[in-house]
Design a protein around this ligand. Structure first.
Ligand code: BGC
Length: 251
């Protein structure tokens, strides 16, 4: 069995489990801890180390990590919802130094999207699949014929009629909660967002992830699109599964 430790780093929580990357299944308990106050690199690295020690003490399983920023060659290039000191940090090197293991880092939405195509709601779908995660921000993943096109960052587009506000400002789940929007009012914003993406990319399928996708019945049926739009299958485990599956040394 090919196994990797998958770790999903978020602004509020850090989740980890051992993953069977052939079948896309968690093969250990999932451990979830709070993100340290301020989410500074050194503190997060300590948590990653502790999680690895708990899951695989004295072992040598490699680690796949997903992180909420643009990641190029393991380096964080943005910090929309995390501490700015991550920008320019080689996240892979930081965690490798701390854990003594091989670490591979990708964007969180890319990991979740890849997991949905490989093991979930979009399995077997060819052409362009667009996966979006509706959370604190909006993450996006583009997967064409099973190949991930990384760092698409489509949560940061400006929506028509909203000169200075990005899609994630207006339509992330955090915007719904903060402004106490009804499902109907929130769906109006999502309609503009997905309508824009549809016009620009003509995908085969939209998959909607993030914690709120569990409540998809409240908002997905309100959207009128030409493209099918379905909830993610792995919900909050998708990041762990995709991070583990994208680690190139997991075979
Ligand atoms: C970040 C993305 C991330 C998304 C979801 C956005 O603010 O720019 O990199 O994928 O939030 O966490």
């Amino acid at each position: 069995m090919a196994r990797t430790i998958g770790i999903d780093i978020g602004g509020t929580g850090i989740k980890a489990a051992i993953v069977d990357v052939e079948n896309g299944e968690l093969v250990s308990e999932k451990i979830k801890v709070g993100t340290p106050e301020g989410a500074k690199p050194a503190d997060v690295a300590d948590v990653v180390h502790e999680l690895v020690e708990q899951l695989d003490p004295n072992g040598s399983l490699p680690i796949g990590v997903c992180f909420p920023a643009v990641i190029i060659n393991e380096v964080a290039m943005s910090a929309a919802n995390v501490d700015r000191s991550w920008i320019g940090t080689n996240v892979g090197d930081l965690f490798e130094a701390k854990t003594g293991r091989k670490v591979h880092v990708v964007n969180d939405a890319d990991a979740a999207g890849f997991a949905e195509v490989k093991f979930g709601a979009a399995k077997g779908v060819n052409g362009l699949v667009m996966v979006t995660t509706l959370g604190t921000g909006i993450g996006s993943a583009l997967i064409y014929n099973g190949v991930l096109i990384p760092n698409s960052e489509l949560g940061h587009i400006n929506l028509p009629g909203s000169k200075w506000r990005t899609a994630e400002n207006l339509a992330a789940n955090s915007a719904r909660v903060k402004r106490n929007l009804s499902w109907t009012r929130w769906a109006e914003r999502l309609q503009v967002y997905y309508g824009t993406l549809e016009k620009l990319f003509s995908p085969q399928l939209f998959v909607v992830g993030g914690g709120v996708s569990k409540e998809y019945e409240n908002f997905l049926p309100l959207l009128e699109l030409n493209t099918p739009i379905i909830p993610a299958q792995h919900f909050n485990n998708a990041g762990i599964l995709g991070a583990a599956a994208l680690a190139p040394f997991s075979d």
